[in-house]
Design a protein around this ligand. Structure first.
Ligand code: SF4
Ligand code: MSK
Length: 639
């Protein structure tokens, strides 16, 4: 089979991969190939370069060294490396949350005029969670107080973060008993870095326990702050139709791709792209207009709130440039491949960095300032318009593929859609699970990874789950993969869902696979799980629910942090490829086994997406049996 066919399951991507082969352009897949064989010590997690007595490595065959120069064994080294990944992932998500809180604080102090309060109800609810009295206060005053409380939680030294109190009581009790309720978001990250310093924590169980605490500071802390404060400021999503895949790029328009994670600037870029003055300018250059589209999680943010088209997921960032039609790619933070600038320089595409945290040598940097957000966004869009005339029309090769989808399903929206506008409740969802029409809930999230055929594992797994009546909630690049495969339309239920799930989707008019948002919006899945428990009839804790999580094509440190807080929240979670822990049998057994007795959740590693889906289904069935729920039709037929 031709290489380009082996590399992606997505037709639009295959077309660009074929083009790259023809033009001898090196993409992530080629760089992976050139990297072979990859370091086995790294894969197993048994190399350490924490101090200059090293670098050290443990011999996995038991013949060579079994301890580093300091005496650290495989268990210590693997656990420390894992904690390092969790800390980095939690830091990335939480720093995103901090930036959002900072912007809301500027709204409160009247310094960020381009933003306002878009969801008053959520503002009041959030104030309630923080214990802030609302009476007699203007929205702006309240926003300032909420933002300040949120900002204080990053540096808090003692006590507990507020948002974990939204978890079921039993869950909170588990965390409290273990002493892992995060005290402060930054504090747990810093303590992680301290513990992994040479000669500090040597007990792998103790190290991992802190990893759970640090990750909870992400899921029930930094990420949740990012999601909720974005909703307050930019608006809470509601179901919305849109389109996805590289075919959303337009041959006769100035194409601007916004890529990364933080939506504050891209919201303004969106506004700037419909500014009549700039559209006129684009038309003067011979374009029909300005077409702003998203990539990765910035895409998910503006898709969820505005229905803006998505060009692609993680492994499509280089492919978008390969179309020869992108005038400008505006990037913020996270998942931006360093390779972009080299590739862009062989086209007319201009990469513009906007965060002080992410720069490339010699690349245009226009720094985002909340106080001048719209003005800055306008200047960036203007550059894109100016680049249109540099486009080499003979090199434009935009795939035709697009797919319709419905996005915008939040924890609140699921409640309204199922329960009705005036009687918002999770009761119908719980009843559907109890009666066996819905077998359980799957959360399928995470990245792409060129080690796995692009999008393949996401799509296979999700199809298998919905075929077995498991309703699927998705975020991140996984959501984009399944949207491209047509799984996020209400009609998909007729073609792909099992009989019970199909009936529910048909009655309510929802897709069997719900787009819940970006990476930080995994916090929406936690809230949805807490709501299901609160509604009653399915146990008293998240770990009682017939639910499971997965990251079939994971690659980033953030994915590890997300996986950890899913597990810490009591969720059985399957990763497509193993985390770098296999060099320690003790650590592997602990996180894939014993942890379940401690926190109610554990990991499994399974590369085959169908087998992985069945691990999730088995777990769901185990939970159904424990709850004494009757068997579903698909359960009986597969017994
Ligand atoms: Fe080697 Fe220990 Fe230093 Fe790591 S901390 S590099 S195992 S001596
Ligand atoms: S963008 S973290 S590749 S999901 Fe959130 Fe996608 Fe993974 Fe980045």
């Amino acid at each position: 089979m031709a290489k380009y066919l082996q590399r992606s399951i997505d037709k639009a991507s295959q077309q660009m991969l074929k083009q790259a082969e023809k033009d001898s352009v090196q993409l992530a897949w080629d760089r992976l190939e050139a990297m072979q064989p990859q370091c086995g010590f790294g894969e197993l997690g048994i190399c350490c370069r924490n101090c200059s007595m090293g670098p050290c490595r443990i011999d996995p065959f038991g013949e060579g060294p079994q301890a580093g120069v300091c005496g650290a064994n495989a268990d210590t080294i693997v656990a420390r490396n894992l904690l390092g990944h969790i800390a980095v992932g939690a830091a990335a998500h939480s720093d995103h949350g901090r930036d959002v809180a900072h912007t809301l604080a500027l709204v409160g102090s009247g310094e960020a005029h381009d933003y306002g309060i878009a969801d008053r109800v959520k503002l009041i609810e959030t104030a309630g969670i923080y214990g802030i009295p609302v009476e007699g206060k203007t929205d702006i005053q309240l926003a300032k107080e909420v933002a300040e409380k949120a900002l204080a939680e990053f540096g808090q030294q003692h006590g507990e973060l507020k948002f974990p109190s939204r978890a079921p009581k039993k869950r909170l009790d588990v965390w409290r008993k273990l002493g892992i309720v995060p005290r402060g978001i930054d504090r747990e990250i810093v303590e992680s870095l301290h513990r992994i310093h040479m000669g500090v924590d040597n007990d792998y169980k103790n190290i991992i326990l802190h990893g759970l605490r640090c990750s909870l500071g992400d899921g029930w802390g930094g990420s949740m702050i990012a999601t909720d404060l974005q909703d307050i400021m930019l608006g809470s999503p509601a179901p919305i139709r849109s389109k996805v895949n590289l075919g959303v790029l337009k041959e006769d328009h100035v194409n601007v791709v916004v890529h990364g994670h933080e939506p504050t600037l891209s919201e303004m870029a969106l506004k700037a792209a419909s500014d009549p003055e700039l559209i006129k300018l684009a038309q003067a250059q011979g374009a029909e207009g300005i077409n702003l589209v998203g990539m990765c999680c910035t895409a998910n943010e503006i898709l969820m709130r505005h229905g803006i088209h998505t060009a692609g997921n993680f492994l499509q960032q280089e492919l978008a440039i390969m179309t020869g039609s992108v005038e400008l790619m505006m990037v913020d933070v996270q998942c931006i491949m360093p390779a972009l600038t080299g590739l862009a320089s062989s086209f007319h595409t201009e990469i513009v960095t906007t965060s002080p945290k992410l720069k490339f040598p010699g690349v245009t940097h226009i720094e985002f300032k909340e106080e001048r957000a719209f003005e800055i966004a306008k200047s960036i869009i203007k550059r894109a318009v100016g680049n249109y005339k540099k486009r080499d029309k003979s090199r434009v090769n935009i795939p035709k593929e697009t797919m319709d989808l419905v996005a915008g399903f939040t924890a609140e929206q699921i409640k309204t859609i199922l329960g009705g506008r005036f009687r918002a409740t999770y009761r119908p969802l719980n009843d559907a699970i109890i009666s066996g029409r819905i077998r359980g809930i799957g959360g399928v999230v995470g990245c792409n990874n060129p080690k796995i055929k692009h999008d393949w594992a996401h799509i296979e797994m999700v199809k298998e789950l919905i075929k077995n009546d498991v309703i699927v909630l998705q975020t991140g690049c996984s959501a984009i993969a399944c949207a491209k495969a047509g799984l996020m339309t209400p009609e998909a239920a007729l073609e792909f869902a099992g009989p019970g799930l199909r009936e529910v989707c048909e009655t309510v008019g929802i897709p069997p696979v719900l787009h819940v948002g970006s990476c930080v919006d995994n916090s929406r899945i936690l809230i949805a799980a807490a709501e299901v428990v609160k509604e009653g009839g399915l146990g008293e804790d998240i770990s009682d629910l017939p639910a499971a999580g997965a990251a079939p094509e994971w690659m980033s440190q953030k994915a590890i942090s997300i996986g950890m807080y899913f597990v810490a929240s009591g969720v059985f979670t399957v990763f497509g490829g193993a985390q770098p822990v296999l060099g320690s049998k003790n650590v592997t057994d602990y996180i894939c086994g014993e942890l379940e007795d401690i926190v109610g959740g554990r990991f499994a590693f399974e590369e085959d997406p169908i087998k992985a889906a069945h691990l999730m289904i088995e777990h769901i069935d185990k939970k159904r049996a424990a709850l004494k729920l009757k068997k579903t039709i698909t359960q009986i037929s597969t017994d």
